[in-house]
Design a protein around this ligand. Structure first.
Ligand SMILES: C[S@@+](CC[C@H](N)C(=O)[O-])C[C@H]1O[C@@H](n2cnc3c(N)ncnc32)[C@H](O)[C@@H]1O
Length: 270
């Protein structure tokens, strides 16, 4: 099963440390869509494939209750370790078997996760648990991201692109759904009232060591590491050195700017 790629404890720890908190640009887009389609009150949001909860916690101040669901026990364990808002809880569970009452949920989200789901079964559950006019938002980041630092941004971005190219052969077939920008997923959304937003972009300041950790957190790096640990380690260290050299930096804690783009599918239950 594809989701077994996220089951190991050390992988979950990398996820906690090196993944993006869900960007405000996406959160605002989703919340204004929900406000437009359903309106308040915002009682319950459910974040599926929540990983260690970065995408879940960002919703806390807008809903009475937020629940993060993930099939991986290790990811849920990491999420629970965070001293987060009191109205956020986490449970192990499947996107395809959601343990919520019929018509009880205002918003279902999935950040960088929907490509792992069985969409037919997931949509059946979404239809069942959403309130009338409740919404579903499925978003994902587009690799590669850009790196910016003084006048060497082009060189840095090329280093990142090369790293993604090295990892390419280790991608699960599910990653093609991301490369295809969720076209199949859009078609699988059964609500007639649906739309896609393609022009989301945001910036994030990160250290060189964060970039290394981010690559290590990717499911396809983990596949590479299992197949050829030495080669995987060497290629990620080479990338780190190349970035450091391009910046003329002596420390891997040097901070630079990453620029990301993302897309989001939005739909509202009749
Ligand atoms: C790439 S991570 C995304 C984590 C987080 N939402 C984020 O924005 O960084 C994908 C997560 O989806 C979970 N997942 C994959 N298939 C799943 C399924 N069928 N049901 C529930 N969770 C699933 C994995 O265990 C993993 O933690």
């Amino acid at each position: 099963m594809a989701w077994r790629l996220f089951e190991e404890q050390d992988h979950a720890v990398l996820y906690q440390k090196y993944r993006l908190p869900s960007p405000s640009q996406i959160r605002n887009l989703v919340l204004s869509y929900l406000k437009r389609k359903k309106g308040k009150p915002f009682t319950l949001a459910v974040d599926i494939g929540c990983g260690p909860g970065q995408s879940t916690r960002g919703l806390a101040s807008y809903f009475e209750q937020v629940v993060g669901i993930d099939v991986s026990g290790a990811q849920i364990e990491e999420a629970m370790k965070v001293d987060g808002p009191e109205n956020v809880s986490y449970r192990r569970g499947l996107a395809e078997e959601l343990e919520f009452e019929d018509g009880s949920v205002d918003l279902v989200t999935a950040g960088a996760a929907a490509h792992w789901f069985d969409m037919e079964k997931f949509m059946k559950e979404v239809e069942r648990i959403l309130k009338p006019k409740g919404c579903v938002a499925l978003y994902c980041y587009r690799p590669p991201f850009e790196l910016h630092y003084n006048d060497c941004s082009e060189q840095l971005t090329q280093i990142v692109q090369e790293m993604f190219k090295t990892l390419g052969p280790y991608q699960s077939e599910k990653c093609h759904i991301v490369q295809n920008e969720y076209k199949e997923i859009y078609h699988a959304i059964t609500f007639p009232d649906k739309e896609r937003v393609d022009d989301i972009s945001f910036k994030q300041q990160v250290s060189i060591s964060w970039i290394k950790g981010f690559f290590e957190s990717l499911s396809y790096y983990q596949t590479f590491r299992k197949k050829d640990p030495e080669c995987a380690k060497a290629s990620i260290e080479r990338m780190e050195q190349n970035i450091q050299q391009a910046l003329g930096a002596s420390s891997s804690e040097t901070v630079l700017e990453t620029k990301w783009t993302a897309f989001c599918l939005l739909a509202s239950k009749p």
